[in-house]
Structures are given as structure tokens and as C-alpha cells.
Ligand binder design. Sequence first.
Ligand code: NAD
Ligand code: WQD
Length: 332
Amino acid sequence: MAILVTGGTGYIGSHTVVELLKNNKEVVIVDNLSNSSKDIVDKIEQITGKKCKFYEVDIRDAEDLIKVFNENEIDSVIHFAGLKAVGESVYKPLEYYDNNVIGTIKLLEVMKASGCKKLVFSSSATVYGDPGTPKYTEELGRGKASSPYGATKITIEEILENLYASDNTWTISMLRYFNPIGAHESGIIGENPNGIPNNLMPYIQKVATGELKELSIFGDDYDTKDGTCIRDYIHVVDLALGHIKALEKLEKPGIYVYNLGTGKGHSVLEIVKTFEKVNNIKLNYKIAPRRAGDLAEFFADPSKAKKELGWEAKKGIEEMCRDSWNFAKNAK
Ligand code: NAD
Ligand code: WQD
């Protein structure tokens, strides 16, 4: 029996495939390569010494997906495929709804028709909106989306709840990630977006390699310990391991939701200083105006995942910064 990983050549997907293969699972990847490349499959093999099947397929193409299900015995699906750039989603909302929401519906239809009813879905802390407290527990429920991207995640979570309500033989785990950074310790895979990055760590990486001149720190006048925003950064390998634990939970039908974060908040300046310290590098940065839509502070309450999945993040920001650079300096 194989696990289908949609978006498996992407940043989080590739790290999860590595952990699945290390756990001797059979893996089939589908990815349309809109934000990744096929050489990731070779890199996964290089790290693990194991092979996985790869299909260049868009999840919105039901015929292609059906073929994948017909050619493989798919037992469960980890669904990463989607567009994820918050800013871009504001000026391309239809593309985001089409890719993320319609793509997920197509996938669910094909899964249903194939009798495969086990799903782990990549959700996001963004579904909480602005709940008025920095510590996000699952009980807070979903808030108001702050972007079309966030709205797609909220909508998909609702669709999954509706689906389970209609047929409680499904087993669905919705994992709300906080801020994934870091890379595989080998330095072979990591995050290397095309163009100018939106997220903090990819931007820092490109300043460190000299591809970008300086980092703009968006605001130092927030009501936080050093005035810069606070987030819950989680090492991508810890995040990947959370998926392995969530898969084990799929033995029992139900709909589950878990925060995947460390429970610790770190400021932008702390990340910058830690990156400089552990990698012995000077980063050029300046303080810039606040970025629209940023919240001052939030972090996960990860206790539910610890209690029910037996999962907790182990790696700290030193390892995250070290592994990010170890990858980026080779990827340049
Ligand atoms: P990524 O862009 O690196 O990976 C997504 C992969 O999906 C890419 O390889 C892309 O080519 C593929 N893809 C996109 N649309 C597709 C389609 N229609 N059909 C087939 N493949 C398609 O992103 P990531 O950081 O690995 O994120 C994975 C998932 O986790 C996404 O759903 C994202 O929204 C979610 N998420 C990411 C973060 C984050 O900060 N990285 C945080 C919370 C949630
Ligand atoms: C982190 C901090 C910025 C860039 C986003 C999505 C969220 C989730 C994770 C998908 C903030 C500051 C950043 C820069 C900076 N993704 N920053 N200079 O905004 O917390 O979360 O990614 O689900 O939905 O919104 O992450 O990495 O963009 O920013 O000062 O050049 O770094 O202001 O405080 P964010 P980020």
C-alpha cells in the first residue's frame, strides 16, 4: 500500500517524503512542478537511498489523478499541493481559489471514487485570523481570513468537515502549521523560492549569499520585547515528523485538527541575530515600515498534538538557522 503525497516535490512535501521513506513507506508523489522541480525526486533518493514514484500531474486534472490511483494501491493521501504566497493571493484570488479549493475538491472526488478515505491536509495558523490572543489553541476555532490565501485554507477546512459529516468513514487530519523554516541537515533539500522571497528565512538566505542587498525588518515599534514581530518558527523536519504521527492516527475514522508549532515565540531580530551567530555571518539589514496585515505576535499551543499524537518539535532556532544556511550556501 502506498501513500500519495500531493505537492511532494515542494518544500514541506519533500522533507515529509524523506521521513516517510526512512520509515519504509511506499510513496507516490504528484506535483505539477509549478513551484518545484523534478530534480527534487533524485535528491530525495540521494538522501534516503530509496526510490519513490513521481507523476507530473495537476491535482485539478481528475483524469490524470484517476490514472495515478488506478496504477497504484493508494491507502492514504498527504495533501500539500497548493499555492501559498499571501501577497500574490491578493491580486490573483481566482487562481488561489481555483488551485487550492477546486484542486482539493477534485482530489477528494477521486479519493472517494477510489475508496481511499484517509487524508492529512496542510492547513495553516492563518485560519485563526486575529483571535485577540497570541497563544493559538485549536479550541479558538477559525477566524476571519486576512487574505484570499487564508480564505482558501478556511474554506478547505470547512469542506473537509462537511465531507466527514456526510460520511463518517473518512479519517481526516488537518494540520495547522506555524512558521516552517530550516532544511534537511544534509543541505540537499530546503526552501529556495524563485524571485524575491516574501518570507523571512528565504529572504535572509538570499541576503547571506549576496543575491539580495539587505533585509528590511518590517517594523520595530510593535508591543513586543524588542519591538519586532514574534512568530513560532518550526524546523521543517520536525514538521515532517508531525505528518508521520498524524498518519498513524488515521487508523481510526474521525476528523482531527492539530497545531504543529513549537509553542515558543521568537522575534525577527532574534532570528537575524541567531543566524549571524551560528553561521558566523554578518547580515545587512535595516528597519523598515510595518508590513500591512502583520500581527505583532502569535505562537502555537502544541499541547494537543503532544497529548494525542505523541509529537513535539525538538529543534530550536539555532538548528533552524544553521540548516537553512547549510542548504542555501549550496543552492545558490
Ligand atoms: P511549496 O510551494 O514549496 O510546495 C507546494 C507544492 O505543490 C509545489 O511543489 C507545487 O509545485 C505543488 N502544486 C501547487 N499547485 C499544484 C497543483 N494544482 N497540482 C499539483 N501540484 C501543485 O509550499 P510548501 O511551503 O511546501 O507548502 C506546502 C503546503 O503547506 C501548502 O498547501 C501550503 O499552503 C501549506 N502551508 C505552508 C506554510 C509555509 O509557510 N511554508 C505554512 C502553512 C501552510
Ligand atoms: C515572518 C516575520 C514579518 C520578511 C506567512 C503566512 C502564513 C504562513 C507562514 C502559510 C513577520 C517579518 C518578513 C521580510 C520581515 N504561511 N519579515 N522582513 O507572515 O508570519 O506567515 O508564512 O500558511 O499564513 O502569512 O511569515 O516569513 O512572511 O514573516 O521583517 O523581508 O518576519 O513582518 O513578522 P508570516 P513571514
